[in-house]
Design a protein around this ligand. Structure first.
Ligand code: HEM
Length: 392
C-alpha cells in the first residue's frame, strides 16, 4: 500500500496521482499519521462523492465527543451533516454572498497596497509568502470577524499545527487547547464590548436567539479563522510561483491583465490550495469507481488529482492562463461548497493585479528547484517563496 508521508510525494504528487487514476482510482493509502483511508482520485468519482449523502461527515457518530476541546473544534458546518449543517451555514451565509464580498473591495485594495508599500522598502530578497500571501487574507478575515490582527502570529502557529502543515513533531493537543482558549477570550471580550462585526453578530444569534450553542459558536469562529488563513495564502503563493518560475506567463499576464479571472481559476485547478477535501465516512456500503467500500470507511477525496484528470480536462498538465472551460473542484462541490469562494477570488484578483502593476520586474531570488512544499495531504502550499524586486 502506498504511504503518503514521503518527501518525494509532496515534492511532486502529480505523477503519483496520474498513475493511480489509471490503476486503481479508488485505493487504500496510508497517511503520515499511520491511518489508512480510501483515496478517490478521478474527477467523476470525486464529484459524485461530494454530492452523495452516503459520504457523510459524521457516519454513525451523531453524538458529541466528551473531550471539551475536541467538542469545541468539531461542531462547525464542515464537520456535520444536515440538518445541523443547513442551520449553521445559514447563520453566516449572508455575510459571504458575492454582493457583500464585493463591498469589501476598497478595503482589500487598501490592505494590499500597504503590504506592497512595505515590500517596496526591501532592498534585498524577501519571502513573498510572509510579506504578502499570508498577511493579506488573514488581515481581511480578522477585520471581517472583528479580531485584532496583531494576534495573527500566535494563531498562525497553532493553525499550522492543527492542519498538519509543519515539518516537525508538533504538539497537536497543546495547539488545539491554545486555540480554543484564545477563541473563548475573544468571545468574552466581544460580549462585553460588541461591535459591528461578524463575531458580535454571531454572539447575538447565540445569546438572544439561541440558534447555536456555545461549542458551535467556538467551532464556527475556529473554522472561519482556519479557512481564511490556510487556503488563500496558498492560492496567492502557488499562483505567484507558477508565474515566476516561467517568466513568459508573468509577462503575458502583465501585457493582458484581462486574463486575470481565467488565470486565477487555472491556478486553482493546477495547484489546488486544498489538495484533498476533509474526511468523509461512508454511512453504508457504497460502490464508487468500481470499488466496493464497506460502511463506516474513512474516505479522502482528491481535489488536486481530480483537477488534473485527463478524462475531464484537455491537456491537464498544461497551465493555460486563458483556459475557457474550467469546472475545477478546488472549492469542493455540493452542500459543503466553499462558503468563502467569492472572498478568495476577490482577494486573488486584487492581489495579482496590484502585484504585477506595482512590481513588473518581480522575480525569484533563488532556483525554482529549491522551492519546497509543505507536508500533509490536506493543503498544497510552499513553505517560502523568496523573491526580489531589485535590478538584475
Ligand atoms: C469549504 C477550498 C477560502 C470558508 C471549503 C471546501 C474547499 C474549500 C475545498 C470544501 C471542503 C470539503 O468538502 O471537505 C477553499 C480554497 C480557498 C478557500 C481553495 C482559497 C483559495 C476560504 C475562505 C473562507 C472559506 C477565504 C472564509 C472564511 C469555508 C467554509 C467552508 C469551506 C466556511 C465550509 C462550508 C460548508 O461546510 O458548508 N473550502 N476555501 N474558504 N470554506 Fe473554503
Amino acid at each position: 500500500m502506498d504511504n503518503l508521508a514521503g518527501r518525494e510525494f509532496h515534492a511532486d504528487p502529480h505523477p503519483f496521482y496520474a498513475q493511480w487514476r489509471r490503476e486503481g482510482p479508488v485505493r487504500e493509502v496510508q497517511l503520515a499519521s499511520g491511518a489508512v483511508v480510501w483515496l478517490i482520485t478521478r474527477y467523476d468519482d470525486a464529484r459524485q462523492a461530494l454530492t452523495d449523502p452516503r459520504f457523510s461527515k459524521q457516519g454513525r457518530n451523531k453524538g458529541h465527543p466528551s473531550d471539551t476541546i475536541e467538542r469545541a473544534l468539531s461542531r462547525h458546518m464542515l464537520a456535520v451533516d444536515p440538518p445541523d449543517h443547513t442551520r449553521l451555514r445559514r447563520l453566516v451565509s449572508a455575510a459571504f454572498t458575492a454582493r457583500r464580498i464585493e463591498a469589501l473591495r476598497p478595503r482589500i485594495a487598501e490592505i494590499t497596497s500597504s503590504l506592497l508599500d512595505f515590500m517596496a522598502e526591501q532592498s534585498g530578497p524577501f519571502d513573498l509568502i510572509d510579506a504578502f500571501a499570508f498577511p493579506l487574507p488573514i488581515q481581511v478575515i480578522c477585520e471581517l470577524l472583528g479580531i485584532p490582527a496583531e494576534d495573527r502570529d500566535s494563531f498562525r502557529r497553532w493553525s499550522n499545527i492543527i492542519v498538519g502543515g509543519v515539518a516537525y513533531q508538533a504538539d497537536f493537543p497543546g495547539a488545539a487547547q491554545a486555540m480554543v482558549a484564545y477563541i473563548r477570550g475573544l468571545l468574552a471580550a466581544r460580549r462585553s464590548d460588541p461591535g459591528d462585526d461578524l463575531l458580535s453578530g454571531l454572539i447575538e444569534v447565540r445569546d438572544s436567539e439561541d440558534r447555536l450553542d456555545e461549542d458551535e459558536l467556538i467551532s464556527m469562529v475556529f473554522l472561519l479563522l482556519i479557512a481564511g488563513h490556510e487556503t488563500t495564502v496558498n492560492l496567492i503563493g502557488n499562483g505567484a510561483a507558477l508565474l515566476l518560475t516561467e517568466r513568459d506567463r508573468w509577462e503575458r499576464l502583465r501585457a493582458d491583465p484581462g486574463l486575470l479571472p481565467t488565470a486565477i481559476e487555472e491556478f486553482l485547478r493546477y495547484e489546488s490550495p486544498v489538495e484533498t477535501a476533509t474526511f468523509r465516512i461512508t454511512s453504508e456500503p457504497v460502490t464508487i469507481g468500481g470499488q466496493n467500500l464497506p460502511a463506516y470507511a474513512p474516505v479522502v477525496i482528491g481535489l488536486l488529482s481530480a483537477n488534473r484528470d485527463e478524462a475531464r480536462f484537455p491537456d491537464p498538465d498544461e497551465l493555460r492562463l486563458d483556459r475557457p472551460q474550467n469546472p475545477h473542484l478546488a472549492f469542493g462541490h455540493g452542500i459543503h461548497y466553499c462558503l468563502g469562494a467569492p472572498l478568495a477570488r476577490l482577494e486573488a484578483q486584487i492581489a495579482f493585479g496590484a502585484l504585477i502593476e506595482r512590481f513588473p520586474g518581480l522575480r525569484l531570488a533563488g532556483p525554482a528547484s529549491e522551492l519546497t512544499w509543505r507536508p500533509g495531504l490536506l493543503l498544497r502550499g510552499l513553505f517560502t517563496l523568496p523573491v526580489t524586486t531589485g535590478p538584475e
